[in-house]
Each structure stands twice: as C-alpha cells, then as structure tokens.
Ligand binder design. Structure first.
Ligand SMILES: O=P(O)(O)OC[C@H]1O[C@H](O)[C@H](O)[C@@H](O)[C@@H]1O
Length: 435
C-alpha cells in the first residue's frame, strides 16, 4: 500500500502536523520499530502476528478445506465473531465473484436474521466453517448448535461438511476429536483481530478458491517495508500520522474506502483499531464509512462539524469498469461521456479536496487494485500501523480485558453462574420516557 499524508500537514489542516513534529515523531517511530522487531524476532504475543506471512502454511489450509469442499459447493457458513469472523469476511467480501460460493458470516445471535439466512441455503452443498480460538465464545457456540440442528433436521450429515479452526484445547477441539473433523489451529501469540492472514481468516478464502499464497506474498512485500522511519514505511507513516492527529484533537478516524468490495475491510479495521488502542482512557474511535455512498450521509459532518476527525481514504488505482449510457437529460449529459469508474474516482478526489479546502485532515491509502496481493498488503500494512500506534500510545495493544465484563454479565443473566456483573444489570438507573 502507498500512503499520502500531505493533507494531514499543519499547512493544510487543523488539527494538522507540522513537518518539525513529524521529524520528532520519527525519532519515536525508530525506537518503536526496534521494539517491534525484537517482539517479532522473539515471537512475542501479539508481535507474532507480523510473522504470519512466513509462518502461515497455505498447503495445510487448502488440504483441510478440500476435505469439505467439492465442485458442487454453493456456500460456506462461517460461524465465529470478532477477529474470528471479520478477517475472513474482509477477504471473501473483497475477492468473491458471482461464480464463487456464497460466503456467509454468522457473527451475531439475532434469531430472525439467522433463521432467514439458514432457510435460503441448500445445506447439502453448504460448508460450515467454525472458528473460535477459545472455543467458548457464547455467540459462536450457540450459533454452531443451531446450525448443526438445522443440518440434522434437513437430514444432511454436518460432519462431512464442517471444518473447525480453534485452539489446542477446549469444546471445539473436543468436537473435532469426537467426529474426526478437518481442523486447523489458531496460531499461538496472534490475537483474533490480527489473525486474518492465518487459518482463521483464510479457510473461507480457500473454500471460495482464492489464491492464499498471493495474499501472503502481498503481506510479505508489506513486511519488507517495515523500517525505522515513517518517511520510508507506508504502514508506519499511517500509524504515526493517525496517532499524532489524535494527540492534536482528531479522536475519530473515519475509514472510508472507495470500493464496495472493501466495505467489510472498514469493519475489520474498526475492530483492529478500537480493540487494540482503546485502553487507559486513550484510543482513536474508528468509524466505518464507504465512498461514494457516505458523501451523502456523513460528509457534511466531516467537513463542517467538530474538528475532531481524521478521514482515511482507501483508493484502488484500477478495477473493472462500466460505461454510463448516454442520456438526453440535458443536465446529466456530461455523465454519458464517463464511466462509473471515472465517476467514482472523480468523487473520491473531489471529496478528498473538499476536506482539504475546509482544513479537515485526511490521509490517502492507495492500492493498485482489489486482488489477493494488494489485499494482503493492505491487511498487513494496517496491522503494522496499529502495532506502531500502540507503541506510540504506550498501551497494551494485544489484550482486550474490557470485553470480559459484559461476557460475565451475559453468562450470569442466563444462569451460567454467579456474577456480580449480572447483578449490576438489574440495578440499572432508569429515567423512562414512554410513548
Ligand atoms: O476466537 P474467540 O475465542 O471465539 O474470540 C472471538 C472474539 O471475542 C473476544 O471477546 C474478543 O473481543 C475478540 O478479540 C475475539 O476475536
């Protein structure tokens, strides 16, 4: 990926970063890079994620996926949540074409939605991809039990169509052993939100026939750019700029890719950025946005609201295109001379310039196209940017203790044990205004 931080400079934006400040931050980047390199060399928890390009065994993933996939495979249901779903969804949503199996992600426990999703599938030709490091995540286990029941009710042998990616032990590992299911391991030392470039994120891509090696080659090429300076490393330039803008008041980061196929990538980025950096009352709030669509919903706030946002654009240099037919509507005749791709590019450049004209900081992330190599580089680049930002914030980038309170409360509310968190739910302060 390439990064252009010109519109984040103090000469353009407020908040903005002076060139002197960038030079000073670059000294911190050099120190942070040494820490990151040491963590990678030692295979330390979290830093190990940046070793995935050479660690992930794509043959192993393909072999396991091939045990449940055939030419008749029409769909793959991934049952997982958070990092155990968003990386895989980012890859298949970015790469799947009309002829690929449909990739569905059951990463919520909404009964109406899940029932409607299952009802429209041909379970005979559907693969089930269960992903959970712990094997105890309530949403994932509940959804798996419902999916398994749906297969059994349809008289379809789920064991012939189910692949599991989980830790070395736990309920899902027991299920694998009991039914001799094809399985893969969640890599040690890699938090879920950093695991897209491992079996966690790549089984669905394998079932859908994508080039896993190209994903890793793109990631490896990005890994090669990790040097000790933000002026030489796009990932570090992005991470340092986002951090520095937050320190100057831009506490919100709207991730706005100009490609429909990257909409889920913005959701993946939101977990990566929020769950890694949101600690000790610090962290930059990610907002999922999409170009050109959100020019018509959020741009007003980005351009004329509080000066508390960075807008991050992701633009693909090339892609499939389509002519806009001629029209006799006078005011729209100019569109007939353009293609949809030219319109999308013009809207991106116009929106980028409109924010700069209003002194609103924005950064451009460029990829050549949305394919395996470029996507692997984007995922890896943003992971490295996040690790660097975590070093600059001085937070524990790789843990997420704050998510545990609600889990305990949920378990307590369902009779899964005595938890004071559940009692706190009952003590809610109310001020109800009813219709
Ligand atoms: O993979 P699992 O153990 O099922 O965890 C799934 C997700 O839930 C956790 O609560 C964390 O918030 C995520 O970082 C994680 O990816």
């Amino acid at each position: 990926m390439n990064v252009d931080i010109g519109n984040a400079l103090a000469s353009v934006a407020s908040p903005g970063i002076s060139r002197e400040a960038l030079e000073s931050i670059d000294d911190q980047v050099a120190v942070a890079h040494e820490r990151i390199e040491a963590g990678m060399d030692a295979g330390e928890h979290g830093y190990e994620a940046l070793n995935l390009p050479e660690r992930t065994d794509t043959d192993e993933i393909r072999l396991a996926a091939d045990r449940v996939t055939g030419p008749e495979t029409s769909a793959i249901i991934t049952v997982g949540i958070g990092g155990s779903a968003l990386g895989a969804a980012t890859i298949t949503d970015a790469l799947n074409g009309a002829d690929d199996p449909e990739a569905i992600y059951l990463d919520n426990v909404d009964p109406e939605w899940l029932t409607s999703e299952l009802a429209r599938l041909d379970l005979e030709t559907t693969v089930v991809n269960v992903v959970s490091r712990s094997g105890t995540t309530a949403e994932t286990l509940a959804n798996f039990l419902v999916v398994r029941e749906a297969f059994e009710s349809a008289g379809v042998d789920w064991t012939e169509r189910t692949i599991v990616t989980t830790g070395e032990s736990g309920p899902l590992r027991d299920l694998v052993d009991r039914h001799d299911l094809p399985s893969l391991e969640v890599p040690d030392g890699v938090p879920g939100r950093f695991s897209a470039l491992s079996a966690v994120g790549m089984v669905a891509a394998a079932v859908c026939g994508h080039d896993l090696d190209a994903l890793l080659e793109g990631a490896a090429a990005e890994a090669e750019t990790l040097t000790g300076s933000l002026f030489e490393c796009p990932a570090y330039a992005y991470g340092a700029t986002a951090y520095a803008l937050d320190a100057r008041g831009a506490g919100i980061n709207a991730m706005m890719p100009y490609a429909e196929s990257l909409e889920t990538y913005a959701e993946w980025f939101a977990q990566l950025w929020a769950e890694s950096l949101g600690k000790d009352d610090l962290g930059q709030t990610p907002v999922r946005a999409l170009g050109a669509t959100d020019q018509h919903s959020q741009l007003q706030l980005y351009r004329a609201g509080p000066r508390d946002k960075l807008v991050t654009f992701v633009s693909a240099e090339e892609g499939a295109d389509r002519e806009i037919p001629d029209t006799d509507v006078d005011d729209l005749a100019y569109l007939g001379d353009a293609t949809l791709g030219e319109l999308l590019d013009a809207e991106f450049e116009a929106t980028e310039a409109s924010l700069a004209a209003a002194g609103r900081p924005n950064v451009r992330v460029e990829i050549e196209r949305v394919d395996e190599f470029e996507l692997g580089g984007l995922l890896y680049g943003m992971e490295a940017a996040c690790v660097l930002a975590g070093e600059l914030y001085g937070v524990n980038t790789f843990e997420q203790p704050a998510v545990e309170w609600a889990k305990k409360a949920t378990r307590g509310l369902l009779g899964g044990g005595e938890f004071e968190e559940a009692e706190a739910v009952a003590e809610k302060t109310e001020l109800r205004i009813e219709r």
